[in-house]
Design a protein. Structure first.
Length: 392
């Protein structure tokens, strides 16, 4: 990268010389004379060249320069405003005191490696700001050369990427929580398969073996016993089907939210021996797949929580469409809980519901008390196409 950039006849190499207090390169004696001190020379350049002042010192991003000895020699106004430190404290390697201790070694390693090979480099690190916190910066720098091709140091600029880092961390946290929730759900399904379905199948196999080895003499007794075993087989089949629907509802794909919700509530009621009162109003016929699946998973998780924790024999499910939103409410009158404490608990699945809703721009609110039951309320924005056609 050539550092010989002219601004109204001003050479960047002359700027570098002024910043460091060096004698100016040949050909620029008329613009910058012998240095009386870098601050004085830089001040004179700022006064004599407004475009330079606007482009460098008032640049909207932090900028810096270093000499051939790796020591930093110049920081623009934006940099100094960011750190809140005087330029005297920043020069040399003083500025590295502000690098977060977890990032300092990796940054210095990248800088010195690039410096020794005279090549551009990029590095991300946290720098202490004037308010005492840390900002994430992306530092991009390139080597500078004068008109003769001699290496004169580095010039770099920084971009504040704090918001990007926060978002990345949020995504990572969401992903981690969803993975944990998925593992918990898999564990629950594995227990149901092993402790319920598998045990019943094993018992069915034993009964069939007994029937084969010792068939009843009376035909009516044999017929009755076969009918009983047949009914047991059908019951197991229904429960396996219910588990399959929990993993993925084909009705959700082909029939939409209302039929899928209605079917789930009916099957859940039969399987868990609890009354589920489902109502709906103004729900769009078509809802995007990710939103439909999100609401369906919230319904599943909340329903299991009701059965597991509330102690009631009946609860209500309401699904409504209002303008450009879908609202899902699961309400019971049983034992409540502390929503704040429960959010950090592993078993309630509230984290899973909230993170799923976050992914589709939705929100989750919880009202609960020890004597007034629990209400789970999910609010999801809908696209215009979904809100235009209603299932009534």
């Amino acid at each position: 990268m050539s550092a010989t950039v002219s601004i109204k006849g001003f050479s960047l190499s002359a700027l570098v010389a002024a910043v460091r207090g060096d004698a100016p390169p040949n050909g620029h004696k008329d613009r910058i004379g012998p240095a009386e001190g870098s601050d004085a020379e830089l001040a004179r350049v700022r006064q004599s060249d407004p475009p330079f002042r606007q482009a460098i010192d008032i640049a909207p991003v932090p900028m810096w320069m270093s000499g051939t000895d790796t020591r930093f020699t110049y920081f623009n106004k934006c940099w100094l405003d960011l750190t809140g430190r005087p330029v005297e404290a920043e020069r040399g390697h003083g500025w590295t005191e502000g690098i977060h201790q977890d990032d300092r070694q990796s940054y210095q390693s990248a800088y010195h490696d690039a410096f020794s090979h005279r090549r551009p480099f990029r590095a991300e690190f946290r720098l202490r700001s004037a308010d005492g916190g840390h900002r994430w910066l992306l530092n991009v720098a390139s080597p500078m050369h004068d008109e003769s091709g001699s290496f004169t140091g580095y010039i770099g600029s920084c971009i504040d990427i704090t918001e990007r880092k926060i978002n990345e961390q949020a995504v990572a946290t969401v992903s981690g929580r969803l993975i944990e929730a998925q593992e918990l759900e898999r564990s629950r399904l594995a227990r149901e398969l092993h402790d319920d379905i598998n045990q019943r199948l094993a018992l069915l196999a034993i009964e069939l073996e007994q029937l084969r080895l010792n068939p009843p003499a009376a035909k009516s007794v044999l017929t009755k016993r076969i009918d009983e075993l047949q009914q047991t087989t059908l019951d197991i089949s229904k429960d396996v089907q219910a588990l399959s629907h929990e993993l993925h509802s084909s009705k959700l794909d082909f029939l939409g939210l209302v039929p899928a919700f209605s079917s789930f509530c009916r099957e859940f009621s039969q399987q868990k021996k609890v009354a589920v009162h489902f109502t709906h109003a103004d729900v769009p016929i078509w809802v995007p797949g990710d939103i439909s699946l999100c609401l369906f998973r919230v319904l599943q998780e909340a329903s299991h929580n009701v059965v597991k924790h509330s102690g009631v024999s009946r609860f209500d499910v309401e699904l409504r469409g209002v303008t450009d939103h879908a609202y899902l409410t699961i309400r019971d009158t049983g034992k409540g809980f502390d929503p704040v404490a429960a959010t950090s608990a592993r078993g309630l699945g509230l984290v899973s519901m909230r993170e799923r809703l976050n992914l589709v721009g939705g929100t989750l609110s919880i009202k609960s008390g020890s004597t007034r039951g629990t209400e789970i309320f999910a609010d999801v924005p809908l696209p215009r196409g979904a809100a235009a056609v209603s299932a009534g």
